[in-house]
Design a protein around this ligand. Structure first.
Ligand code: ZN
Length: 252
């Protein structure tokens, strides 16, 4: 059986990527990171997802990006809230973690070499995260070249391939794909700033993009948010579901 290493954060994109790799017939080795982000809820979500989808193995690598900081996810910098979809779409936000995907892919490559996998999957997306330089096709292509030049397996003739099945998908398309593949999206976690109990804030960039995706896909987000709809104060049965915009504070 062909093997693949899949980077798994426990969010919707990486979870869907894992489901795609499994559907394509790979035996998957899921890799997550505890990188000094503000909470461990993300790695718990990754664990649930890997179990539920049937990864052959799931490992969590501890890497301390907190020693450098430089991001709202690894430093004492506040996570931006209530930004509009237009604001999110432009520029590189403070939640960008310096060189994160380069570091993650380097770990994935090392594990791939060990388990004899030629394929690495990463759920990067150049549509919703257009500001992130390490989510672009040029970066992925350059890393693939690096993988083939800088490893024993590569120079001995194994061709590494970096798969980015979601690179041209909108968030709504990713959500539809996940549902089509039978993924339980209630296991996923996207929020940059959840409550200690794990409720999503509904206001950070990641929550805003997630909610926009569900809204556009016409599907209810199964995860729990800390805020209720201002209009109706209902948590789970808001009647304005289909007309909600990110500024109305109605997220189902
Ligand atoms: Zn959030």
């Amino acid at each position: 059986m062909k093997r693949a290493v899949v980077l798994l954060s426990g969010g919707i994109d990486s979870t869907t990527t894992l489901a795609i790799a499994i559907a394509e017939g790979y035996e998957v080795y899921a890799l997550s990171f505890d990188y000094g982000q503000r909470h461990e809820i993300e790695t718990e979500a990754a664990r649930r997802v890997a179990n539920s989808l049937g990864a052959k193995e799931h490992r969590v690598a501890n890497i301390d990006l907190h020693i450098f900081g430089g991001s709202a996810l690894t430093d004492d910098i506040e996570v931006p809230k209530q930004r509009s979809e237009t604001e999110i779409a432009h520029g590189i936000p403070i939640t960008y973690v310096p060189a994160r995907n380069t570091i993650f892919l380097a770990y994935a490559l090392a594990w791939a070499e060990v388990v004899g996998a030629s394929d690495i999957f990463i759920g990067v997306n150049a549509i919703d995260y257009s500001g992130y330089p390490d989510c672009r096709p040029e970066f992925i292509e350059a890393f693939e070249n690096l993988a083939n030049l800088g490893t024993k397996a590569g120079v001995e003739g194994r061709r590494f391939q970096i798969h980015t099945p979601l690179i041209k998908f909108s968030k709504a398309e990713i959500i539809r794909k996940a549902v089509e593949l039978g993924v339980d999206l209630s296991l996923t976690h996207s929020c940059y700033d959840p409550t200690p109990e794990g409720l999503a804030c509904g206001e950070c960039d990641s929550c805003v993009l997630r909610l926009k995706g569900f809204r556009e896909a016409g599907i209810k987000d199964p995860v729990r948010y800390v805020k209720k709809c201002n209009a109706c104060s209902e948590f789970s049965s808001c009647p304005t579901v289909n007309s909600a915009s990110s500024s109305s504070w109605c997220w189902f």
